[in-house]
Write a protein that binds this ligand. Sequence first.
Ligand SMILES: [Zn+2]
Length: 280
Amino acid sequence: MNRRGFLAVTTGALTGTVLSACARQAPMDISGDSAVYGSPATVGRSSAPRPPASLPPLVAPTVQPPALPVTKGAIPVGTAITGIPVPGPYMAWTIDDGTDPDVVAAYAQLAEQTGNRLTFFLNGNQPSWTIHAHRLQPLVASGQIQLGNHTWSHPDLRALTTQGIQDQLQRNEDFIQATYGVSAKPFYRPPFGYVNAHVRSAAAAIGYTAPTLWYGSLSDSSVLTSDQVAAFGDQWFGAGRIVIAHANHPAVIGAMQHLVDLIAQRGLRTVTLRDVFQTT
Ligand SMILES: [Zn+2]
């Protein structure tokens, strides 16, 4: 069991069966959050200027998705969010980081063409979020896309002082407000899923009261094939789930039509965190 998978699954009271499933799902090198930050060569390649990819259009499913929930659940106190708090066919598709602008653009297209509701946990130091701000702004304004705080530059928050933790979250909050005109509060995703009582306390003191982890991963923080990403969707997309994905590597683009179809075939409705959690 790798450390991040362990942290993610032990945060919620999950069963041993699921624990072992997660262990198989998430070996150290392809597990949930981004390993890209440990690899300067990968960072350099991902952030190098290149022409925008031309994306094949997505076909929206013909079946109408289930309606959005009419009730919301409370944000848990003293622990992290790992699942949807209301019953029903709801799944949160959450996408982190944003090291590849083409993948961010592909997710914007997915939202525009299929109506799926997405939550981005973005790092403002990634140019993607400025490059594509004009395209994302109307989706953010309508609530179809929610922006969550993943810190400015993706450090392990446990290694920082209270001030350091707050600076990372506040700088990203300021970027999100300046670029998109919204606040990300109270939702934040600690980089690598690393969170402890000190991090929670420091974050809560500036309004970030909802550390948000996940339960299920497309495992695309590392380079996979599109078929592998699609297969992780088959494994993890389901009712009640918060699934983590990454806007870091283009393989997910080739899996998007499959993932969109999968949501429809399973009768799921994608939701943002604000759709299902009370925030006032
Ligand atoms: Zn991340």
